[in-house]
Design a protein around this ligand. Structure first.
Ligand code: PEP
Ligand code: MN
Length: 360
């Protein structure tokens, strides 16, 4: 499929504009809510209306979606607004119901992409249909699992394919709900330049005030579209409260976005630079996050030392660390001088933290 040049054709077949915008609530809640949001979004830059009907929840007890009744509301919304309708499917039964209700776009959620059995079941249920299918990245940062899912769909002869980048889970808290790991999406894009790539800033950020920034980053990286959770009353949404925006905020986000020209020579340079700078920014952010976490551990050591009345500076341990780091660092192409400089600065910061603790 890497040589197939027609994978973006469905965008033009459906007269979908650049960037493609998919919007709608995290979950369909009531008929009234679905219809109100859909009406607010018609005659805008939004071409596809999204709403979750079956909601995969991390823990039991949350709102698990309204189920098949929601498909009727979407049919009504489609008839009244002309928007294409999209739902998440996680098994063959969902696919069957979505097809019966003439849903246009089926997306496979991040928790489903991790499971090859489930993706295969969905691919088989879709064989012979002409639906648009969008595959979210798996929750874990595994490029081949994402590609494997895509191959299963492609082998089932599903031609109107696209992928959604929604970020990846991390155990450590970061400023994102799901770490974007732009590098993975860039690798994906380099491998499948003709496959529509859509960014999901809602699930990446988990916070409505970061959606603009991440959407812009995606467009700067030449993504084909955005999927943005939009709710008439975000603060009272039944799921994903913090990340949904109102239709009017969405319109403002779209007005404020700088849409890049798709290609010209000068643009190619800019795009390459943007990709590289995004990777540098990603690493810089990770370096700071790791240093912050390291310092928290140093603080805990400080409290232990205070409790046991042990001296802050432990020369033997420090010399061992430094030696090990010089060895590892030089193997990675870093100069000894730089490694020593860096670790002296880190060590000094830990000592200052521990001194504060000792004097408390
Ligand atoms: C969703 O789009 O509402 C959703 C559940 O997303 P994800 O699969 O990315 O968590
Ligand atoms: Mn959601």
């Amino acid at each position: 499929m890497e040589n197939d040049k027609n994978l973006k054709n469905w965008l033009t077949d459906f007269h979908l504009t650049h960037p493609l915008v998919i919007a709608g609530p995290c979950s369909a809640e009531t008929e009234d809510q679905v219809l109100k949001i859909a009406h607010e979004l018609k005659n805008s830059d939004v071409s596809i209306f999204r709403a979750g009907i079956w909601k995969p929840r991390t823990r039991p007890g949350g709102f698990e979606g309204v189920g098949a009744i929601g498909l009727k509301w979407l049919q009504k919304a489609k008839a009244e607004t002309g928007l294409l309708m999209a739902v998440e499917v996680a098994n063959a039964a969902h696919v069957k119901l979505a097809l019966e209700h003439d849903i246009d776009v089926l997306w496979i959620g991040a928790r489903t992409t991790v499971n090859p059995f489930a993706v295969q079941e969905i691919a088989d249920a879709l064989r012979g249909t002409h639906k648009i299918v969008l595959l979210k990245n798996p929750v874990n940062p595994d490029l081949s699992l994402w590609i494997g899912g895509l191959e299963r769909l492609y082998q089932a002869n599903i031609q109107k394919l696209g992928v959604i980048h929604r970020g990846f889970s991390t155990y450590e808290k970061t400023k994102y709900r799901n770490n974007p790991e732009w590098q993975i999406a860039i690798d994906f894009q380099n491998r499948f330049p003709d496959l529509p790539l859509i960014c999901d800033p809602s699930h990446i950020t988990g916070k409505r005030d970061m959606i603009q920034e991440v959407s812009q980053q995606a467009l700067d990286l030449n993504y084909d579209g955005l999927i943005i959770e939009t709710h008439i009353d975000p603060d009272n949404a039944w799921s994903d409260v913090a990340q949904q925006v109102t239709p009017s905020v969405l319109k403002q986000i779209l007005i404020d976005l700088r849409v890049r020209k798709i290609t010209d020579d000068a643009d190619e340079f800019t795009q390459k630079m943007t990709k590289l700078r995004t990777q540098i920014d990603d690493y810089d952010r990770k370096i700071l996050e790791i240093l912050g976490n390291r310092m928290q551990i140093a603080d805990q050591i400080g409290w232990l030392k205070k409790e046991k009345n042990v001296a802050i500076l432990q020369n033997k341990r420090w010399n061992e660390i430094l030696e090990k780091m010089i060895q590892d660092g030089t193997q990675k192409g870093l100069s000894e001088e730089f490694v020593v400089h860096l670790f002296k600065a880190i060590h000094q910061e830990s000592i200052s933290h521990q001194e504060i603790i000792m004097n408390k």
